[in-house]
Write a protein that binds this ligand. Structure first.
Ligand code: ADP
Ligand code: ZN
Length: 817
C-alpha cells in the first residue's frame, strides 16, 4: 500500500497539496501535526497534516516530506472544522486561515545548526544507538545541519533524538530547533542540601556572623520560605534582603545557596482568583435567568443592555457556571489592548484560569496560550481575546461571549481570511455545541434583526446599575454659536461653561473628536491648492507636534512647507481640526488643568493605552481628548462630562452604515459619563441639531433608530436585508484596473442579471500607489449564498487565466461591513 498525505500550506493555494509518505509515517501521523515539506523550487514550509489516503496526485509527482515536527497534533479536529468553515464562507484558502491562526513561532527554521557542547563530559554508555551516531559524527565535523542528521539516522523523526542530546548536555543548537519559541526560564534559589539539618545550619549562621550581608540573605530566605510556601525567585530574595547580585553569587559559589531554573509562562498574573463575584441586583438576576432560559432553545442570545447596566457582571456569572462545569469559555472583545480594566476584573474573580490572547503579545506568549489550551489546562479555561482568539485550539467550549458585538473591528479587512468574528464565533460555538451570548448597549442592525426574526434569543436590560440616570444629552447648534460669536476656537460657550463647572466640582472630562492630528486639510487661501499624498489619493493631515504633513493611509510624511507648492505664496491655512488641535485649545482654555490625548499617535507600543488609562483612572489627568478609542469599554468612575466636538463628520461619512455607526459611537461615548452616583452630562456640538440620529441619540431611542435605518436598508437593498460581497481590484496601472474590473463585472452580469453595482472607484481611489476599483454584489435573501459563491469562484478562475490580469490583485470580501 502506498500512502499519501494532503497538507495545508500556509499560503493562498486553492487545493491541499499531496506528498508521499512511508508506511511508518502513515502509522505515526495524525491530522493536525506539523510536517516540514519541500515546495516550489527550493523552499521548505511548515505544513499541517490534513488527510492520509492512497490516491497519488494526478497533475504532479508527489514529493516526500522532510520530517514530522510534532509528537502530538497541535491543531484539533474541531478547530480544523471551524477553519474549513471560515475558508469556505469567506472565500479564501485553508492555508490563509492557518497563517492567521498560528503564531509565527510555529513556523520552521530550516537552517538550524547543531554543534558539540565543548564543555560537556559525555558518558557514552549513557547514549542510545541513535544518540551515539550523532555524537560520533560530531567528533569528525564541527557542526551538522538538520538535513545531515536526517541522513545519518536515516529517518525523519529526529527531533526527539536531538532534544534528548541537548538535554544530556551533549549538543548545543545555534538556533532553537524548529520552534523559535523559547520557554522563559526563571532563576530560583534554595539552601544547599548540606544545611538541611538544624546543627549544620547553626554552624553556618555562626560562620556567617563575620559576613553580615550574606547572613542577612540567608535569614531573608528563611522568612520568605516560611511565608510563601513556594519556590523563591532570585529576584525576590534580592529584593527582600536588599542584597546585590554579587552577594548572592558569592553564596552560590560557596555552595551555600543552590540555583535552579523552572520554566514559567511569560504571561503571569500575580495572585487573584479569591474575589467573590458580585451579587446581582434584582434586575440583573432576572436578565441572567432569562438568558439561561433563552439558551434552552436558542444557541445564540442577544443581550441589549444600556451602558453601565452591569452586563459584565452578568457575563461573569455565566462564566463562573461554565468554569465550574469544567468547560472552556471564550470572551471576545473588539480590541483587547483597551481592556486592561476588564482583564483585571476577571482575574480578580478567576485568577490563573484566565489567559489573555493578545495580538500585541509576542509570538512566544501566544505559543504558551496555544499549548495551554491544546492541553486543556486549567490555566487557559477562560480565554480573553480579540478576534484571532477564535482560531485557537479549543477542545471543550461551553460558552462564547461577544462583548460590544456591534463593533466593526470584529471584521478583519486585510489580509485574508476576511472573517467577521461575531459570525465566526457563532459557528465555532455550534461546532462545540456551546452557546453564544452577544452583548451590546447599541446592537448591530444585523443582530437585532436576527433577534427580531426569532433566530436569536433576546434579553433586555434597561436600567443602569444602582439606578444611575442615563446621561443628560444636550445638542449645541454650532451655526448659531458661530453667528452669535459664542465660540472660542472649537469650543462653544455651553461646552466651556459645563467644563468649568465639572472641573470645579472635581470631576473629569472626556472630549471626543474622530480625527487625529491637528488639521485634516491644509489649503492655500490664494490658489486653493491642498498638499496631497504622492502615493494616495488623499490630502495630507497637519501634525503640529512634529510640524509635519502626514498621510493616514500609507504613513508618508514631510515637513510642513512654508509656502504653497502650487502658487508659491505663504498663504497656507489649515481647515478642519483633529485631536491634537483640541488638546492645544484645551491647554489654553484651562492652563492649570492636566490634559492628555488618546489616539493612534499617543498609544503606540505594547503598553501605550494602559499608561494613559491608568493615569486617567488615578486622576492624574483632568481632561482626556481622544478618538473612537475612548468608546471602548472604559469604566471611569469620575467622568461627569463628555463633549463630542463635532458630530457632523460622523454623520456625513460616505457609507451606508454611517448613521447606524454614528448612533452607536455617540451613545457609547456618552455612556462614559456619570457611572456611579452622579448623573453624567453630554454635549454634542453640531451644525445639524435636528438630524434624526442626533435626536435619537439624545433620547436614547434605539428602537426608532433601528426602524428608520431598517427602512433605508430595505429600500436601498443593503444588509441585513441583502448580503454583500465586495470585490476590489488593485493595480498600479489605471487602465489595467479599469479593464480588469470591467471584464469581471461583465461576467458577473451574465450570471446574475441584476444586483451588480459598479465597477466604481471608491472615494479614495489610490492608496499606496495602487488604484482601487470596486464591484458590489448584492444577494437577496432568496438567492442561495453558496451557489452565488460558486459562480463567483468560477468567474474568478477564468479571470486568473487571462494573462493580462494576472498581476491585478483581486480581493474578495464577503459580508463587507
Ligand atoms: P456595562 O458592561 O453594562 O457597561 P459594567 O458591567 O461595566 O456595565 O458595570 C458598570 C459598573 O457597575 C461597574 O463598575 C460594575 O462593577 C458595577 N456593577 C454592576 N453590577 C453590579 C453589582 N451587581 N454589584 C456591584 N457593582 C456592580
Ligand atoms: Zn499616502
Amino acid at each position: 500500500m502506498t500512502y499519501f498525505l494532503d497538507v495545508i500550506l500556509p499560503i493562498p493555494l486553492q487545493k491541499a497539496f499531496t506528498y508521499h509518505i512511508t508506511d511508518a509515517e502513515a502509522q505515526f501521523l495524525k491530522t493536525g501535526m506539523r510536517v516540514a515539506v519541500p515546495f516550489g523550487k527550493s523552499k521548505i514550509y511548515t505544513a499541517l497534516a490534513y488527510t492520509i489516503h492512497n490516491n497519488p496526485p494526478i497533475a504532479y509527482e508527489a514529493k516526500t516530506i522532510h520530517q514530522i515536527l510534532d509528537e502530538e497534533p497541535i491543531v484539533t479536529d474541531l478547530q480544523l472544522k471551524h477553519w474549513e468553515w471560515i475558508a469556505n464562507y469567506y472565500l479564501c484558502s485553508l492555508g490563509e486561515v492557518m497563517r492567521a491562526a498560528m503564531p509565527n513561532a510555529f513556523i520552521l527554521e530550516s537552517e538550524t545548526i547543531i554543534v558539540k557542547n565543548e564543555t560537556a563530559q559525555v558518558d557514552e554508555l549513557n547514549l542510545d544507538d541513535d544518540e551515539f551516531l550523532i555524537f560520533e559524527a560530531l567528533q569528525y565535523q564541527s557542526s551538522l545541519k538538520i538535513q545531515d542528521v536526517v541522513s545519518i539516522l536515516d529517518k525523519k523523526r529526529i527531533l526527539p533524538v536531538v532534544n534528548a542530546l541537548v538535554e544530556k548536555g551533549v549538543l548545543q543548537l545555534q538556533e532553537e530547533l524548529y520552534e523559535k519559541y523559547k520557554p522563559k526560564l526563571v532563576r530560583y534559589v534554595r539552601l544547599h542540601q548540606t544545611y538541611k539539618s538544624e546543627e549544620k545550619l547553626q554552624e553556618l549562621l555562626e560562620v556567617l556572623s563575620r559576613a553580615p550581608k550574606q547572613r542577612e540573605v540567608i535569614l531573608a530566605l528563611f522568612s520568605l520560605e516560611a511565608s510563601e510556601q513556594k519556590p523563591i525567585k532570585v529576584s525576590e530574595l534580592m529584593e527582600r534582603s536588599d542584597a546585590s547580585s554579587s552577594i548572592i553569587k558569592a553564596l552560590v559559589d560557596k555552595s551555600i545557596l543552590e540555583e535552579y531554573y523552572i520554566q514559567t509562562d511569560r504571561v503571569q498574573f500575580e495572585g487573584g482568583g479569591d474575589e467573590q463575584t458580585k451579587q446581582l441586583t434584582d434586575a440583573q438576576s432576572i436578565v441572567l435567568e432569562d438568558i439561561k432560559v433563552s439558551f434552552k432553545n436558542k444557541s445564540v442570545t442577544l443581550l441589549h443592555g444600556v451602558t453601565s447596566s452591569g452586563k459584565t457582571e452578568i457575563y461573569v456569572k455565566l462564566i463562573e457556571e461554565q468554569l465550574n462545569l469544567g468547560k472552556q469559555v471564550l470572551y471576545l472583545l473588539p480590541e483587547i489592548a483597551l481592556t486592561t480594566q476588564l482583564v483585571q476584573r476577571l482575574q480578580d474573580y478567576f485568577g490563573d484560569k484566565v489567559a489573555v490572547f493578545h495580538s500585541r503579545y509576542s509570538s512566544n506568549e501566544r505559543v504558551e496560550v496555544w499549548h495551554n489550551l491544546n492541553d486543556n489546562l486549567e490555566k487557559a479555561q477562560l480565554v480573553i481575546g480579540a478576534r484571532s482568539a477564535l482560531l485557537l485550539p479549543f477542545s471543550n467550549l461551553g460558552l462564547i461571549i461577544v462583548d460590544e458585538e456591534h463593533e466593526q473591528s470584529y471584521k478583519q479587512f486585510d489580509p485574508a481570511p476576511r472573517y467577521h468574528a461575531r459570525d465566526a464565533a457563532i459557528v465555532l460555538a455550534n461546532i462545540h455545541k456551546a452557546k453564544t451570548l452577544l452583548g451590546s448597549a447599541t446592537p448591530s442592525l444585523e443582530s437585532y434583526f436576527n433577534a427580531s426574526q426569532g433566530r436569536y434569543g433576546f434579553v433586555e436590560l434597561k436600567t443602569r446599575f444602582n439606578n444611575v440616570l442615563m446621561p443628560d444629552i444636550e445638542l449645541v447648534d454650532l451655526a448659531d454659536k458661530y453667528k452669535r460669536k459664542r465660540m472660542k476656537g472649537h469650543f462653544s460657550d455651553r461646552l466651556i461653561e459645563e467644563m468649568t463647572e465639572t472641573l470645579d466640582e472635581g470631576f473629569q472630562i472626556i472630549l471626543f473628536q474622530n480625527r487625529r492630528g491637528f488639521s485634516p486639510i491644509v489649503e492655500c487661501t490664494t490658489c486653493g491648492n491642498s498638499p496631497q499624498c504622492p502615493n494616495c489619493d488623499v490630502s495630507l493631515t497637519y501634525h503640529q507636534f512634529r510640524d509635519q504633513l502626514r498621510c493616514h493611509y500609507c504613513g508618508y510624511h514631510t515637513v510642513m512647507p512654508k509656502t504653497c507648492q502650487a502658487c508659491g505664496n505663504a498663504t497656507l491655512d489649515t481647515k478642519g481640526f483633529g485631536t491634537e488641535q483640541i488638546e492645544e485649545e484645551v491647554k489654553v482654555l484651562f492652563p492649570d488643568k492636566k490634559v492628555a490625548r488618546m489616539d493612534l499617535d499617543t498609544t503606540r507600543g505594547k503598553h501605550g493605552f494602559e499608561k494613559i488609562i491608568t493615569k486617567f483612572e488615578q486622576r492624574e489627568i483632568d481632561i482626556l481628548v481622544g478618538t473612537q478609542m475612548l468608546t471602548k469599554g472604559l469604566d471611569f468612575r469620575h467622568v461627569k462630562l463628555v463633549g463630542i466636538m463635532n458630530a457632523d463628520n460622523l454623520l456625513n461619512f460616505p457609507d451606508f452604515r454611517a448613521h447606524e455607526r454614528s448612533y452607536q459611537l455617540m451613545t457609547q461615548v456618552a455612556g462614559r459619563a456619570g457611572r456611579t452616583d452622579i448623573r453624567g452630562k453630554v454635549l454634542i456640538q453640531t451644525y445639524n441639531p435636528h438630524h434624526n440620529i442626533l435626536q435619537q441619540v439624545s433620547t436614547n431611542a434605539y428602537k426608532e433608530m433601528y426602524a428608520e435605518q431598517m427602512n433605508d436598508r430595505y429600500n436601498f437593498k443593503y444588509p441585513p436585508i441583502y448580503r454583500l460581497i465586495k470585490i476590489t481590484f488593485k493595480h498600479k496601472d489605471y487602465n489595467r484596473v479599469n479593464l480588469a474590473a470591467d471584464w469581471y463585472a461583465k461576467s458577473l452580469r451574465q450570471v446574475f442579471k441584476s444586483n451588480i453595482l459598479g465597477p466604481e472607484f471608491p472615494p479614495i481611489s489610490r492608496i499606496r500607489n495602487l488604484f482601487n476599483k470596486n464591484i458590489l454584489i448584492k444577494i437577496p435573501q432568496n438567492q442561495s449564498l453558496s451557489k452565488t459563491k460558486d459562480a463567483i469562484m468560477k468567474i474568478d478562475n477564468s479571470f486568473n487565466a487571462v494573462k493580462d490580469f494576472r498581476s491585478v490583485r483581486v480581493v474578495l470580501n464577503v459580508d463587507n461591513y
